[in-house]
Design a binder for this molecule. Structure first.
Ligand code: ADP
Length: 541
């Protein structure tokens, strides 16, 4: 027997319809690529998304077509997502930080029909367009006044192109399992792989993200996702903020410390989200200027491990709670957020920080397990570590145009992370499977060493890689970028770490560098570091 409730497919346009009905005048503030701050509302975003949907239809774009976006977080980028998905087409966010050859690869692989791009990326796309035969038109996200002279094929300024349609349009209707968005994972080896989100998965993921122990957004929040829309769905903010009716602040192209601080204070942001490097820059700016964060309550930090020192400084100096989050592109992307269950609620001081080092527990919609290499489940005792595997309605089962599913026999996806899970369900990421340092048959967590090293007052950023060792197989090398004007010493750094980790975990050597390479999603690029230090010899070897 079937239930007798209404058929209401979980389609993305319902999110913006809801926001326009219930939170019509809630502000959406953006730093425009042209410079000035721009203010609009959810009601206006919806009207323009309807026009965009109609205009796209006239362009011949329809159900199942891929439309690329190469853009910063602004109101225009947000409108494109709702307009594209409103006709059953698929937004494909292209990460501008990818190598140009990778951009060419993914646009061709996705067979994108149209590309919306910010002014910033016009020169790059002029260089690449010859290699992108499927793109019929480039729509530059600006108005006629700011439109540059360009050789881009059929280039038009977005505002003029949009003005050719009115908003008298009905969203298309289709099955909720229809593809809605695509995001390629950068991948350290091989070609990037396309993850394809559905309307249903995006809606369910965003509803899960809204749970109080996850992002917990409300209509009273002023939310600033610094995490780009092109980085795994901006961790749900493009959908969850309008669902909750939260004010949105979009930082556009300026992601440096002073610019982020200006928006946090000027727009009275209560919650923000970004990868650790953004927060390193902000905290350095605050330290230098003595400025404060009067309204900010919570920052979501994920994508890479959030160092303990960052969580501590936010708490002690600025009264801001760090919500340590873990996830991946294949998970839409949120897998867990660190909020305190009642079992941990009374903790304070170091004990509280200990728990905050973990990435929290999985919300409803994410199932987790840890297994050994043979797939046998391991206990949730907080010490046994194994491969972290996940299952749920917003977890990928197969990559775009791949033949094989990526699941085990129970339907779980192997995240490639090594983790422990404690008896209350809190996950600690030990390392990426491929980055863990194998020393004398035991494992050393590079993440833990990095987190410890950045707590040193002279260190701006730290990375740890395994260097071959004749006796121990591998030993850790600590690579450090000093803070401006500081010159950290090896002995001093090692002494700082001593006593806080097992003795045999201490790095064998320290290298001081000007810069640590990052991936397109802000992670430390371990493969490049390993290449750079290929000929390096540890002392005494
Ligand atoms: P890509 O950059 O290749 O697109 P993702 O952005 O999907 O990849 O990154 C997923 C990976 O990032 C996770 O599998 C994990 O290794 C790492 N990661 C994400 N959040 C955290 C965290 N809080 N702590 C440690 N590692 C993290």
């Amino acid at each position: 027997m079937l239930g007798l409730m209404q058929d209401w497919p979980l389609l993305i346009h319902r999110v913006i319809d809801h926001a326009a009905a219930q939170h019509a005048n809630r502000p959406v503030v953006s730093r425009s690529v042209e410079g000035p701050l721009h203010r609009t509302t959810y009601a206006e975003i919806r009207r323009r998304a309807l026009r965009l949907a109609k205009r796209l239809t006239r362009e011949g774009v329809g159900l199942g077509d891929r439309v690329a976006t190469l853009a910063w977080n602004t109101w225009r980028h947000l409108e494109t997502w709702y307009g594209i998905t409103g006709i059953g087409a698929i937004y494909h966010t292209v990460n501008p930080r990818l190598f140009e050859d990778q951009i060419v690869y993914i646009v061709n692989h996705a067979e994108d029909r149209l590309l919306f791009l910010d002014l910033t990326f016009v020169p790059m796309m002029e260089r690449l367009q010859e290699r992108l035969p499927t793109i019929a038109r480039y729509v530059v996200l600006t108005d006629a006044a700011h439109m540059p002279a360009t050789t881009l094929k059929n280039a038009v300024p977005y505002e003029e192109w949009l003005a050719e349609a009115d908003e008298d349009f009905r969203w298309a209707s289709f099955d909720e399992n229809t593809a809605a968005g695509m995001c390629y994972t950068s991948g350290t080896t091989g070609h990037p792989k396309g993850v394809v989100y559905s309307h249903r998965s995006n809606v369910l993921h965003s509803m899960a993200a809204l749970q109080p122990d996850m992002l917990g957004l409300s209509s009273r929040d002023i939310a600033m996702p610094v995490v780009p829309l092109f980085h795994a769905n901006s961790w749900s903010f493009a959908f969850s903020a309008p669902m909750a009716g939260a004010t949105l602040v979009l930082p556009g192209p300026k992601l440096d410390g002073p610019s982020i601080h200006e928006l946090l204070v000027g727009e009275r942001v209560t919650i923000s989200a970004a990868v650790p490097t953004v927060w390193f820059a902000l905290l350095q700016h605050l330290e230098k200027t003595g400025a404060d964060l009067p309204d900010l309550q919570r920052v979501v930090i994920g994508g890479s491990a959030c160092p303990r020192a960052v969580t501590q400084v936010f708490r002690d100096r600025y009264g801001v709670e760090v919500m340590h989050a873990w996830g991946m592109t294949e998970m839409s992307p949120l897998g867990s957020v660190c909020s305190m269950k009642p079992e941990y609620r009374a903790l304070s001081g170091d004990a509280w920080l200990d728990v905050k080092q973990r990435v929290g527990y999985a919300p409803f919609t994410v199932e987790m397990k840890i297994t050994d290499d043979e797939g046998r489940e391991l206990p949730w005792d907080g010490t046994t570590f194994g491969r972290l595997k996940v299952r749920g309605p917003a977890v990928a089962k197969r990559y775009f145009r791949h033949e094989e599913d990526i699941l085990d026999s129970d339907g779980f996806f192997d995240t490639g992370d090594v983790a422990t899970i404690d008896p209350h369900g809190y996950v600690q990421i030990v390392d990426r499977n491929k980055d863990v340092i194998k020393s004398g048959g035991e494992w050393i967590s590079s993440i833990e060493l990095e987190n410890l090293a950045v707590g040193h007052p002279d260190v701006a950023e730290a990375a740890v890689i395994g260097i071959p060792h004749p006796k121990w197989d591998e030993r850790p090398l600590l690579i450090v970028v000093p803070k401006p004007g500081r010159t950290p010493k090896k002995d001093d750094l090692i002494a700082f770490m001593q006593g806080r980790i097992a003795k045999w975990w201490l790095p064998d050597d320290v290298a001081i560098v000007d810069e640590i390479p990052h991936t397109a999603t802000g992670k430390i690029q371990k493969t490049t570091l390993r290449d750079l230090f290929r000929d390096y010899r540890l002392p005494g070897t």
